[in-house]
Design a protein around this ligand. Structure first.
Ligand SMILES: N[C@@H](CCC(=O)N[C@@H](CS)C(=O)NCC(=O)O)C(=O)O
Length: 237
């Protein structure tokens, strides 16, 4: 029987959303505590995560309020490690498949998310690279997708790793936020999501992962749109 889980999270953070999705997929009882990243509580780094980042989990220990973490709980961090930890605690969730080939495929897809997709998205959205360079990263992930279903077929940690970034990319492009040329965002979104042409398979995948209940329940689009409006306001000036 898994012990008490306290997740330290922040609605704006895609990495934290990974942990929130994994907990929902696993139907794991847990307590969540929002960390204000602009004004972090002074106890957070020393008592929970020395790297001072979300997400983090306090596992086990006595039933104390989340803002008074006990030294007796185990403190864990790094979103992909937390997703695997949740998968290990709740193997019936299927987040990490039991079949060795599917497990390897899950990790291979996640590697592509970490080393290709996320850096390419950040560079493009900051106006530091072209749409074509971003498209190449998308095309790489698309080449890994099976003809139907999620990243490896059944829903898995691979989808959990990418969907928070896809949700935020959709909001960014739709609203034309970012450092790329004005007016380009909606066109890129249309190319990626139309479900035809160069990104036909990726478009279907995008709509499938964003329609997943665990994604929708952990994604506050209005809040993220508002925060991004402020974050990207001066990027093109
Ligand atoms: N590699 C980490 C990245 C986590 C991360 O960068 N979190 C950001 C928010 S999205 C954070 O907490 N930054 C600390 C800060 O803003 O001071 C993970 O996968 O968990």
């Amino acid at each position: 029987m898994p012990e008490r889980i306290v997740l330290y999270t922040a609605k704006i953070c895609p990495y934290a959303q990974r942990a929130e999705i994994a907990l929902l997929e696993a139907k794991a009882p847990n307590v969540q505590y929002q960390i204000d990243l602009q004004n972090k509580p002074e106890w957070y780094a020393p008592k929970v995560n020395p790297a001072s980042k979300v997400p983090a989990i306090a596992y086990g220990g006595p039933d104390v309020p989340p803002d008074q973490p006990s030294p007796e709980s185990v403190k864990l961090a790094e979103s992909l490690i937390l997703v695997e930890f949740i998968a290990d605690l709740f193997p019936e969730s299927g987040i990490l498949p039991t079949d060795p080939v599917l497990r390897a495929k899950t990790r291979f897809f996640i590697d592509g998310v970490s080393t290709k997709f996320v850096p390419a998205w950040h560079a493009y959205s900051q106006g530091k690279s072209s749409a074509e360079e971003f498209y190449k990263a998308v095309e790489y992930l698309q080449s890994l997708l099976p003809t139907e279903g999620y990243a490896i077929g059944p829903y898995s940690a691979a989808d959990i790793a990418i969907s928070p970034f896809l949700g935020r990319a959709r909001v960014t492009l739709l609203n034309d936020f970012g450092g790329y040329p004005a007016g380009e965002g909606p066109k890129v979104l249309e190319a990626l999501s139309s479900g035809s042409g160069r990104f036909a398979r990726f478009g279907k995948y995008l709509s499938d992962v964003l329609a997943r209940d665990s994604f929708k329940a952990t994604f506050d689009e209005a809040y993220i749109t508002e925060r991004y409006t402020a974050r990207f306001a001066n990027l093109r000036k």
